[in-house]
Ligand binder design. Sequence first.
Ligand code: 5AD
Ligand code: SF4
Length: 501
Amino acid sequence: MKKTRGFGKIEIIVCFVCYWFLEGFALQDIAFYEYGPREIDCCKKIKDLYFDFYKKDKPLVFIKTYGCQQNVSDSEKYAGMLEKMGFQITENKDIADAVLFNTCAIRENAENKAFGNLGWIKNIKNNNPDLFVILCGCMTEQPLVLERIKNKYFFVDLVFGTHSLHKFPELFYDVLIKRTQKEKNRSGIYISEKIDNISENIPIKRGNSLKAFVSIMYGCNNFCSYCIVPYVRGRERSRSPSEVIKEFKNLVEAGYKDITLLGQNVNSYGKDFGENIDFADLLKELDRIPGDCKIRFMTSHPKDASKKLFDTIAESKHIVHHVHLPVQCGSNRILKEMNRKYTKEDYYKIINYAKSKIPDITFTSDIIVGFPGETYEEFLETLELIKKVKFSSLFTFIYSKREGTKAAGMEDNIPKEEKTKWLLELLNVQKEISENLCKDMVGTTQRVLAESCDEKRSCVFCRTDGNLMVEISGENKMLVGSFLNVKIVDCRTETLIGKII
Ligand code: 5AD
Ligand code: SF4
C-alpha cells in the first residue's frame, strides 16, 4: 500500500479541531501581564505621597520572606517594585516605614511563624501608626487564613496573594491614598482573582551579585495528596523560552556565576503552551549562551525526570552535576497514597540511569516522615532507600496537615512524638551518609565558585556543584566571584577543606 507523508482531508479536519480544542484548553485562564506605564505611574505616585504627606525622602521597608526559593525570588520582585516607589531596604524592623511579609503555606509551622511575627508588628504599629503593614504570598491565598486576618489582625494594611504580585503597586497606592485622605473604610484585603498568570518586566532587586534565580514556570498540576501548593499557586504555566533566555543572557552578561532555574516542577516546562520545546531543550539553549556560569534547576518531579534530561546534563558545559529530586518516601504504598505516580523501583531506575551517564552526579532530596497511616515498617523502607541512593543531603519534614488537601481527610493516628523519633533516626542515618560522602571526596579535584570570604580568618568559602561548602585557608577576598580548581585535602563533618591547584 502506498503511504503518503502528508495528511488526508479527514485527518486535517480532525487535527485542526483537536488543535483548536487543545489550544483553547491549554491557554484557558492564563493571563499575561506586562509591567508597564500603569505600574510605573503608581510607583511614582507612592513615592510622591511619601515625600509630600509623610515628608520621607527615602522611606524604609523591612522585608521578611518565609519558605522556598520561589518566594525568595518573588521577594526580589517586591523589593524591585518598592525601590521604584522610593523605598530603601532596612534590616531593622523597628525603624521601618513599611513591612512586607512574604508568607509560606507549605507546613503549619511556616504559617505559625508568620502569625507570630505579626504579633510583634502589632507592638511596633502601636508606637508608629503610620507603619504600613503588607502581607502577601501563599498563606494569603487560603480563605480560612484570610478570615483569621480579618478578625484578628486588623492592623494589617494590605493583604493579597501570589496571583496578584503584578498588582502590588496599584494595590499599595489604592490603600495609601485612602489612608492619607483619612477615609474610614480603607479595606486593604484584596482577594485574588485566582486567574493563573505570567507577568513580565517586573523590576527585580536581586539579593546576591553572584547567584540569581530565574523563574521558568509557575504553579503545579500534580496534586500530591499532602500538598497545598497547587491550591495556592495555581496551575502550571511556563514562561516563553525567549523571555527566559533574555533574562538568563542579561544575568550572564552582568557577571552572575550561578543561576538557578526555578519552578515547582521544572521538568514539566513547556507542556502547557504546546511549543515544540521541553525542559531539556531549554537547558540546551541556555547552555549554549557564551560566558562562564553554572546552571542549576529545581525542583524536579521523579515522574517527569527523563533520560533526555540526564543526557543533556552529561553533554552540557555549564549544567551542574547535581539534581534535587524529591522522593518523599521509600514505601510504594505510601507513594501511591501520596499520589506521586512512581514506585521506589522507578526512582532507582532514574538514579541508576543518571549515574551511568554522569558518574560524579550527586542527588539531594525531600523526605516526609509520618504521612497519615504510615507504619514504622514503611518508614524503614525510606531508611533503606536513602542508604541505597546515598543523597549528599536531605530536606526532611514531619507531615503537616493542610486543610483542603486530600491527605487532610485521611486518618492520621501516629502521635507527633513517634514521628519526631522517626525523624531523628533518619537524620542520624543521613548524617553518616553525608559525612562518608565528604570523606570519599578527599583527594578529588573540584571546580568550585568562591562565594564569600572571612577576612579575619583569611578564609575563602566556595561551593561545589552539589552545593557542598569548601573552605580554603590563607586566601583573600580577591578570589570571590571566580571559579577555582581545588584539591579536597580534608573534611570536617560536612565541610570540605580545599587547596587551590
Ligand atoms: N507536610 C510536610 N511536608 C510537606 N511538603 C509539602 N507539603 C508538605 C506537608 N503537608 C514538603 C515536600 C516537598 C517540600 C517542598 O515540602 O517534601 O517536596
Ligand atoms: Fe506539591 Fe507535589 Fe506539586 Fe511538589 S509536585 S509542589 S509536592 S503538589
